[in-house]
Ligand binder design. Structure first.
Ligand code: KIV
Length: 359
């Protein structure tokens, strides 16, 4: 098995399936190239539109790239209430499951938000799926900041959480300025950090400064080497007791939610019952208050990554390959761009007509 396949929960498959016996909880375009009239579509990086590239009135304004602004459809919709901490608490109370995915850029953020997903995590899984690393350890605070800013621009309703990377929160003193940057510069509504009892003091410190903290216990990928690989956690009495202590410690420290990753479904259900804060599971069965998946994995962008806990809700990898092959073929054979995708120059045509009309 390659390192890539190893990333995240490469051991969870099969092991959780036999434990998924908890009763179910109560159920409860991209941007157009034309911007709305009068709105300056030039982005902060200056790449979005080149107004001086307007070809002619007939062709309309020309965009260099699509942008992550609202579509006409979105604009017409009633504004939806943003998801805040009390929203998540209410969802736990009401038994309304919380939906969460990871996200790393503005274009996907806009789609995730439009789809009504409640929580968006700029996860350090970007080390794997965006950067192509073998683990999340090389991800830096600047990486998370960069992606958070991009994601934030695409969101209108969803609650944005930014991951604290490896070794950016190993003491309360180190954690505070780093978490503050994720909030102030990254536009996050909360930060997520991995660990239980051992990070409780850090969580307390951040929370006391007004920084909402989502905890993350169980299989914590930043500890991949300490855990001896991506292994299911919380098996056996001792491990169960440790996880329960972790869950209670992060709640007592003031975390507003906790990710339960790679733990037996029965235990995740018990922790969910024991906690007042919402639990959000990944590889933790159906008994959690919500679920999170890595966006690229659930969209099928990495079809070779097939752990048992993952369901692919789309096959974008295959669709992307098909589209790219079709594009390559059309460029090679000269059928793209055709007349429909080329600009004309009416001024020149008029001039030519006038010239031809001269005696
Ligand atoms: O980084 C990440 O993507 C996560 C998850 C909980 C999926 O931490």
């Amino acid at each position: 098995m390659s390192d890539f396949e190893h990333r995240r929960l490469a051991g969870v498959a099969g092991q959780l399936s036999s434990l998924a016996d908890l009763p179910p909880k109560p159920q409860s375009t991209r941007a157009t190239s034309q911007r709305p009239n009068g709105r300056d579509s030039t982005g902060p990086n200056g790449l979005v539109r080149a107004a001086d590239q307007q070809d002619s009135a007939a062709d309309g304004p020309v965009a260099v790239y699509s942008v992550a602004g609202p579509t006409a459809d979105e604009g017409a919709k009633k504004p939806r209430k943003p998801v805040r901490l009390p929203t998540l608490q209410r969802m736990k109370r009401d038994g309304t499951r919380i939906t969460a995915v990871t996200c790393y850029d503005a274009t996907f953020a806009r789609l995730v938000d439009e789809a009504g997903i409640d929580v968006v995590l700029v996860g350090d899984s970007l080390g794997n799926v965006v950067q192509g690393q073998d683990s999340t350890l090389p991800v830096t605070l600047d990486d998370i900041l960069y992606h958070s800013r991009a994601v934030r621009r695409g969101l209108r309703r969803a609650h944005l959480v930014a991951d604290m990377p490896f070794m950016t929160y190993h003491s309360p003193e180190v954690a505070l300025p780093n978490a503050a940057r994720l909030m102030a510069e990254g536009g996050a509504h909360g930060v997520k950090l991995e660990g239980g009892v051992e990070v409780a003091a850090t969580i307390s410190r951040l929370v006391s400064c007004g920084i909402p903290v989502m905890a993350h216990i169980g299989l914590t990928p930043q500890s991949v080497h300490a855990m001896g690989g991506h292994r299911v956690q919380g098996r056996g009495n001792e491990a169960r007791t440790r996880l329960l202590a972790d869950a209670l410690a992060v709640e007592a420290a003031g975390a507003y939610a906790v990710v339960l990753e790679g733990i037996p479904a029965r235990l995740a259900g018990e922790l969910t019952e024991a906690l007042r804060i919402p639990t959000i599971g990944i590889g933790a069965g159906a008994g959690c208050d919500g679920q999170i998946l890595v966006l690229y994995d659930m969209l099928g962008l990495n079809p070779e990554f097939t752990p048992k806990f993952l369901k692919r809700f789309g096959e974008l990898g295959a669709a992307t390959l098909t589209a790219l092959r079709a594009y390559g073929d059309e460029v090679r054979e000269g059928s793209f761009p055709g007349v429909d995708h080329a600009y004309n120059d009416p001024t020149t045509e008029l001039e030519i007509a006038a010239l031809k009309a001269l005696p």
